[in-house]
Design a binder for this molecule. Structure first.
Ligand code: ATP
Length: 297
């Protein structure tokens, strides 16, 4: 079953095209990252799905059905910093949140346990660290034990310890079988936490699917010869490499990580009558791959 399916989802704010016919689906039980730099449309997409914003075109389904409030009741959300009362305790704040949401009033102790705030549950919110505040916000999303959670940039603004705690918490939720949909601008975060990813760039879906398939490292072999066009034509015919890119002074070949064979490249070119003036293996980082995917050029 798909938890969420977006179909040609489009959103314009006046002239700004925030989402351009985006389509993907979120399988049940996944931790699904919506990854993209600032302004790529992540928050807009989650806002539409949670009925805070109206789409300009296209549509979406929840649990394979036309979405209703009933479906949204089964989704715990953390879309913006919730307005907790500074002078009230965690328990008191969650009681108010449960009343507003209409769910989870008898669930507060369980939720505080999960987000590791049970020991501080009677402390005032104002005495909490940023990380604790964010954990309480996640706790609020967990009220009523929804099977699906939607988090917008859940680690934003936290220090490394706070970030690690939230990431562990998300993994724990996933182990319990929850489906988590989370927006992030951090490749590293998606790589560490998510099982699936959709990458957005300026409102366009660049790619989506299994994290292990999409965010794989690649071997890059950089070559050069006196005639780069000839070299490119030859290398395009070489079996095994994913793609060939011509730069100003070099031709780059991309192989799945660990499979590049420099001697084979050299021999192949030699057999085609091309003498290489450069032959070098460069490991490509995920960062550069992400940059390449989301680069505005
Ligand atoms: P961030 O991580 O910075 O929140 P994002 O990926 O969530 O970015 P959105 O907030 O969805 O991106 O914004 C997508 C685009 O839509 C941006 O160009 C943004 O300036 C624009 N935008 C968002 N909200 C509005 C609005 N209310 N009015 C006009 N433009 C908007």
């Amino acid at each position: 079953m798909a938890i969420l399916t977006v179909e040609n989802l489009t959103k314009n704010y006046g002239n700004i095209k925030a989402l351009k016919a985006v389509s993907f689906s979120v399988p049940k039980g996944t931790v699904f990252g919506i990854l993209g730099p600032n302004g790529s449309g992540k928050t807009t997409l989650l806002g539409i799905v949670m009925d805070i914003l109206k789409a300009s075109g296209g549509g979406y389904k929840l649990f394979d059905e036309v979405p209703t409030e009933h479906h949204r009741q089964q989704i715990g959300t953390l879309l913006e910093t919730p307005n907790f009362y500074h002078y009230l305790s965690a328990v008191e704040n969650l009681k108010i949140a449960a009343a507003i949401k209409g769910r989870g009033a008898d669930d507060i102790d369980r939720v505080l346990q999960i987000v590791d705030l049970a020991k501080r549950k009677t402390s005032k919110f104002s005495t909490y660290s940023l990380g604790m505040k964010q954990r309480l916000a996640i706790g609020s999303a967990l009220l009523g034990n929804p099977d699906v959670l939607v988090f917008d940039e859940p680690t934003n603004g936290l220090d490394p310890v706070g970030i690690a705690e939230i990431r562990e918490l998300i993994k724990k939720l996933a182990q319990e079988g929850k489906t988590v949909i989370m927006a992030s601008h951090l490749l590293d975060e998606v790589e560490k936490v998510c099982t699936h990813v959709a990458i957005l760039k300026q409102g366009t879906l660049i790619t989506h699917g299994d994290v292990n398939e999409i965010l794989v490292n690649e071997d890059v072999v950089e070559t050069a010869a006196s005639d780069l066009t000839l070299l490119k034509d030859a290398l395009t015919q070489m079996p095994g490499n994913a793609r060939v890119i011509v730069n100003e002074k070099t031709v780059q070949l991309f192989f799945p990580s660990g499979t590049a064979d420099l001697a084979a490249v050299n021999q192949f070119c030699f057999n085609k009558g091309i003498v290489l003036s450069q032959l070098q293996l460069k490991k490509k980082s995920l960062e550069s791959k992400f940059f390449e995917l989301t680069n505005t050029n």
